[in-house]
Ligand binder design. Structure first.
Ligand code: SF4
Length: 168
């Protein structure tokens, strides 16, 4: 939480249990649970940017969609516009909040904090326009998918198929 100065209970990357909340699928010992992290998709054509009256949201040339808290007036219009439910309203600060892809780290040559703190090393970050980047290589090998999205939005977060289950 300290990395991005966020405050509980607002969570910028939600993790949803795909099947049933906190309930594994199947019969013991063949149990299975799937989780889906939901975050800002840093869309190529982000509707949140288009609708923001004070211009607090912007798409950077290198990809991240960032929200400037100093400029945000808390109108919440962006929250309605986001098809991925990725923007939150912070009632204490009376401002919108979202994942800024840790641009304060990227700009120092570091990876986003979710990448380094994921114990399963399941999150990868990089330049999809570079065919030699790690993320491009992963996409050529796996049948990754995008979340269902409105035409023209073009999300940038890909989901790889789940790994084979580990034995207990
Ligand atoms: Fe904006 Fe939502 Fe797309 Fe993120 S996922 S860039 S908040 S429209």
């Amino acid at each position: 939480m300290q990395e991005n100065n966020s405050c509980a209970p607002l969570i910028r990357v939600k993790t949803e249990n795909v099947d049933q909340q906190d309930t594994p699928e199947g019969r013991f010992p063949d149990l299975k649970m799937s989780f889906l992290p939901l975050l800002c998709n840093h869309c190529s054509h982000p509707p949140c940017v288009d609708v923001c009256p004070p211009g607090a949201l912007a798409k950077r040339e290198d990809g991240p969609v960032i929200l400037d808290k100093e400029v945000c007036d808390g109108c919440e219009i962006c929250i309605e516009a986001c098809p991925f439910d990725a923007i939150l309203y912070n009632p204490e600060k009376e401002k919108a909040e979202k994942c800024n892809l840790c641009v304060h780290r990227i700009d120092r040559g570091l990876e986003p904090f979710c990448v380094i703190c994921c114990e399963g090393q399941a999150i990868h970050f990089g330049d999809l326009s570079d065919p030699d980047s790690e993320v491009s290589q992963i996409l050529t090998k796996k049948e990754a998918i995008l979340l269902e999205n409105p035409e023209g939005v073009e999300p940038s977060v890909y989901y790889c198929p789940p790994r084979a289950p580990r034995g207990l």
